[in-house]
Write a protein that binds this ligand. Structure first.
Ligand code: NAD
Length: 295
């Protein structure tokens, strides 16, 4: 259902790899709501994924860019402005990757070159995108910039590894640039902290299935899907949220405010059947998972 929330607006969307990508859903919803869009991803992801189908479906163009490469970003912003015939209104940063996670390096055995890449791709790229857009004066006043993040920035969730540090930096960049861009141009910058979601990047997280089950049981509204996320992001691009900026906005069915839910506790009790005193002497009644102490 369309509410024409983005009628006449134009925007740039990073990170649609395939139909599971959160960015893919945002792109579809943005066009349904009346926006014109430009899509971008790395040359490799364009080749390996199916972004071409999305471009066809949404009547958009695809401009390749590595979001860590400033000259790629300059070219991208120029091409987007050319395509739109001037400034545009919104940007979605939906980018994440950790070589440490990919190569199975645990948090207490990080490869520091990999860590630098994790931070560059998953967080500093957000700074680069905003800095290039601002220098080129690419966004209309009252525009909106959103990046996707995860609650591992605030709380420890085992297995999220150095991506937790990247997300903390990403959220900080949203605040710091939100101040500058808001003061000058009324442009808002926010992060949306999404539930675990079955996407290509999501499946890189250790034990995603179990994490999704746990989060589902803990969240009174259940996990937010990629479609739910797209709906929320659309409101942030719309004129209905003009005074929301420099925020990390949880979009997780209530997970972030929970300590323990009855549904999760029941499963825990049923699976364990142990007395409290036994837990200390036997923390892994079903055997310690390999590498557990490190993750
Ligand atoms: N899936 C989840 O559980 C979940 C939860 C919370 C937040 N997020 C965040 O949502 C965002 C989107 O991820 P997704 O889950 O849709 O997975 P996805 O794999 O579909 O998207 C990740 C995208 O990042 C792109 N990317 C990687 N390196 C890049 C680079 N150098 N330049 C430009 N693009 C690059 C990939 O090509 C891909 O399109 C990420 O920031 C992710 O951390 C995901």
């Amino acid at each position: 259902m369309s509410y024409n929330l983005l009628k006449g607006k134009k925007g740039l969307i990073f990170g649609a790899l395939n139909e599971h990508s959160i960015a893919w859903k945002v792109a579809e919803r943005a066009v349904e709501e009346g926006a014109q869009i430009v899509l971008t991803n790395t040359a490799v992801s364009i080749r390996m994924g199916t972004i071409g189908e999305l471009a066809e479906k949404t009547g958009s163009i695809v401009v390749p860019a590595d979001a860590t490469n400033v000259s790629d970003l300059e070219n991208l912003i120029d091409k987007a402005m050319e395509h739109f015939g001037g400034k545009f209104d919104f940007i979605l940063h939906s980018i994440g990757m950790s070589p440490n996670v990919r190569k199975g390096r645990t948090y207490d055995d990080l490869d520091y070159d990999f860590l630098a890449k994790t931070l560059d791709i998953s967080a500093i790229s957000f700074h680069k995108v905003i800095q290039v857009a601002r220098k080129k004066d690419a966004l209309n006043d009252w525009g909106s910039i959103v990046a996707l993040t995860y609650i591992a920035a605030q709380r420890v969730l085992y297995g999220y590894n150095d991506m937790a540090d990247a997300k903390a930096l990403l959220e900080s960049i949203a605040r710091s640039f939100g101040y500058i861009y808001g003061r000058e141009k009324k442009i808002r910058v926010n992060t949306v902290s999404q539930s675990p979601t079955p996407t290509t990047a999501g499946s890189g997280v250790l034990g995603l299935d179990d994490l999704m089950n746990f989060a589902e049981r803990m969240s009174p509204l259940g996990n937010a899907t990629a479609d739910d996320c797209a709906n929320y992001v659309i409101t942030l691009f719309s004129d209905l949220t003009r005074k929301v900026t420099m925020q990390n906005l949880f979009h997780d069915g209530g997970f972030s405010s929970m300590g323990m839910s009855r549904r999760a506790m029941k499963i825990y009790e049923a699976g364990l059947g142990m007395k409290f005193d036994d837990v200390k002497s036997n923390p892994y009644p079903f055997g310690a998972p390999e590498g557990e102490t490190k993750r």
